[in-house]
Design a binder for this molecule. Structure first.
Ligand code: SF4
Length: 230
């Protein structure tokens, strides 16, 4: 099927249904992580099967290109829970506190910055390693997956222009971008239909909260509003 004919409304409804059925069985952070992994896998499968020959090679984003990992990233709460779970699943308890501190430091530094201000301040995502690779690539936020530049050079130029208060056009693989954005919306709709918090929140602040208190995942599933204190 060519991507031009793709039925985004039906796809979004499918993601909402998958979210509802996945979370209906979930009782804690591991089950939330599994549900989010299934949803990301579904997005990847649909993406691969609906790419045309023209669009397959378009996206230039790849491992080691971290040019855009200096902007604010919005996540849904289940994404934050899944990331915190992924980060700590095999981590000795003594290493969780330093990781939490590092994430919180970034959260405080970016707290009141918009994208332009953060790019100018050059504050990278704390999940980048020294090589510029995303250490949570497997569970990275949908917002990150929706960045689909077709030219890494132009991407860097656009960010440099933004830091200087200027503008440079950025070309993107729009099919992939829309598909991932609809995945985000489909999941948010599922959360809302189940009476759960569907608010988008800043990545580091949210992940930091669940690194500090993983048990809050159960409260979230029970429909409680999780507080994110300053
Ligand atoms: S989560 Fe990964 S892809 Fe997203 S901004 Fe951070 S390092 Fe970059």
């Amino acid at each position: 099927m060519p991507s031009n004919d793709f039925d985004f409304a039906a796809y979004t409804a499918e993601i909402t249904a998958m979210t509802l059925s996945g979370l209906a069985r979930a009782v804690g952070a591991p089950a939330i992580g599994e549900t989010m992994a299934r949803l990301a896998e579904q997005a990847e499968t649909v993406l691969v099967t609906n790419m045309t020959a023209e669009t397959t090679e378009l996206t230039a984003c790849g491992p080691g290109c971290s040019a855009c990992c200096r902007v604010n990233v919005t996540v849904l709460i289940p994404e934050a829970i899944a990331i915190a779970r992924y980060l700590t699943a095999d981590l000795p308890a003594a290493e969780v506190a330093p990781l939490h501190r590092q994430v919180e430091e970034t959260a405080r530094a970016v707290r009141w910055l918009d994208d332009d201000e953060r790019i100018r301040a050059d504050i990278p995502c704390p999940f980048l390693d020294r090589r510029g690779w995303c250490t949570i690539h497997q569970v990275r936020p949908l917002t990150c997956r929706a960045i689909t530049s077709t030219d890494s050079q132009r991407c860097s130029e656009a960010l440099a222009a933004q830091a200087a208060g200027d503008y440079a056009p950025l070309l993107a693989n729009l099919f992939q971008k829309f598909l991932v954005e609809q995945t985000f919306r489909g999941i948010a709709a599922g959360l809302a239909q189940r009476g759960l918090d569907d608010t988008g929140r800043e990545l580091t602040r949210s992940v930091g909260r669940f690194l500090a208190s993983p048990e809050l995942a159960t409260d979230f599933l029970a429909g409680q509003r999780i507080a994110f204190p300053d």
